[in-house]
Design a protein around this ligand. Structure first.
Ligand code: SF4
Length: 391
């Protein structure tokens, strides 16, 4: 990839969403007209990802923000992130908690602590949680998750949320029977990241026992079962091209997903994939990730897109910038601080020491600072899912 990031002071963009500055150059004006004329085609998506011109970047940001406001409104949906175990049977080459990393201390929260953490989220008005862990497929693990889902659905009921908090699962590749069991227990969203839609890049990221085809089959199975389905990719991987990223965005469209959770590639020192100097510099990866959010918003329009924590690992205001480029979901960290350090997929993960209360206060300020507001006591489902089920 040959793009070079220019340092842009994103936060100087108009503070009120929906306001757009007039493009200064004729080229940027032309791009604004293309983006206003309808859904971007492949060439336009590539142009969005390739540009480093400040005027064009502001045109892209503004168009993505307008599209978000039009199709999803100005609210930010929260999912309290509970990383309940770092035990994993897989060995993804980029990951800090991969099976082969013997340096990491392993943990698993008890059922009661998982449920109490979810209750705290419900009381805070978060509306939804994410249950995430390393990948396991044994019967004990399946049952723990089923029990946790059932207990959370019962124990988080309030007058505002009579069916309890919404539950997203992020627990990797499982059998259709397991997906069905968890859906029947009360989970209704599932995030399974492809990491790359390119079969060759996928193969470079994973050992041979993991296959691109199997992951796609899982995504299709989840959709058939009725889940709201999310996927995502890493951005700025060694060997990744702009055309690979365009293919990723078109893959999201072809699969018809409801949610996107993607972020910049950040190396982990105990992982197998290379760190510097093989990867692009942090500013370039951040800018590319923001452009991917905008391109996805402009193409898919009504999906939920997360401003992931990995954005904040590259910039103190990374998540706010993600919101300004078209994201509408944030996953506040609620994993108990005593185990949070043990769940590091990449180096430099932020918010390691803040307790959940501090994260909640900090986040509300960050969201309000970009003229957006939190959607409280609501599952915050994907408009795309609701629209496709009404069609
Ligand atoms: S990315 Fe997920 S499945 Fe892969 S090694 Fe890390 S925790 Fe396990």
């Amino acid at each position: 990839m040959t793009t070079q990031a220019v340092k842009i002071e994103w936060m100087k963009a108009p503070a009120r969403p929906g306001q757009a500055a007039r493009p200064k150059s004729a080229v940027a004006q032309e791009l604004a007209e293309i983006l206003a004329s309808g859904i971007p085609d492949r060439a336009t998506l590539r142009r969005i990802l390739a540009t480093t011109d400040a005027d064009e970047l502001e045109v892209i940001r503004s168009a993505a923000e307008q599209t978000l406001l039009q199709h999803c409104g100005d609210t930010v949906r929260l999912r309290g992130l509970i990383e309940f175990s770092n035990r994993c049977v897989l060995d993804c080459y980029y990951c800090g908690i991969r099976r082969s990393n013997k340096a990491v201390e392993r943990y698993a929260l008890e059922l009661d602590e998982i449920v109490e953490t979810a209750q705290w989220c419900g009381q805070k008005g978060y509306g939804s949680i994410v249950l995430q862990s390393g990948e396991r497929r044994d019967a004990k693990f399946t049952k723990l998750v089923t029990d946790a889902i059932r207990a959370i659905k019962t124990e988080t009921r309030t007058p505002e949320l009579p069916d309890g908090v919404g539950i997203t699962l992020c627990l990797g590749e499982q059998s259709a029977e397991t997906y069905r069991e968890w859906y029947d227990a009360g989970a209704h969203r599932y995030l399974l990241r492809m990491e790359s839609s390119s079969p060759s890049l996928f193969a470079a990221l994973h050992p041979p026992e993991q296959s691109h085809a199997a992951r796609v089959a899982c995504l299709r199975s989840l959709k058939e079962l009725g889940y709201q389905v999310g996927t995502g990719v890493m951005i700025g991987l060694p060997g990744q091209t702009l055309d690979d990223l365009v293919d990723d965005v078109l893959f999201f469209q072809e699969l018809g997903v409801d949610m996107i959770g993607m972020g910049p590639y950040i190396p982990h020192e105990q992982a197998v994939l290379p760190g510097n100097p093989a990867v692009l510099d942090a500013d370039t990866r951040l800018q590319l990730a923001l452009k991917m959010i905008a391109a996805t918003r402009l193409l898919l329009r009504d999906v939920n897109i997360a401003a992931t924590t990995a954005l904040q690992a590259l910039s103190e205001t990374g998540r706010e910038q993600g919101l300004r480029f078209g994201a509408n979901v944030i996953m506040p960290q609620v994993t108990p601080p005593r185990v949070r350090r043990m769940y590091t997929l990449y180096d430099g993960k932020p918010c390691l020491d803040d307790n959940a209360e501090q994260c909640a206060t900090c986040l509300e300020g960050r969201i309000n600072s970009v003229g957006r507001r939190i959607l409280k006591n609501n599952w915050g489902d994907s408009a795309h899912f609701l629209n496709r089920n009404m069609a």
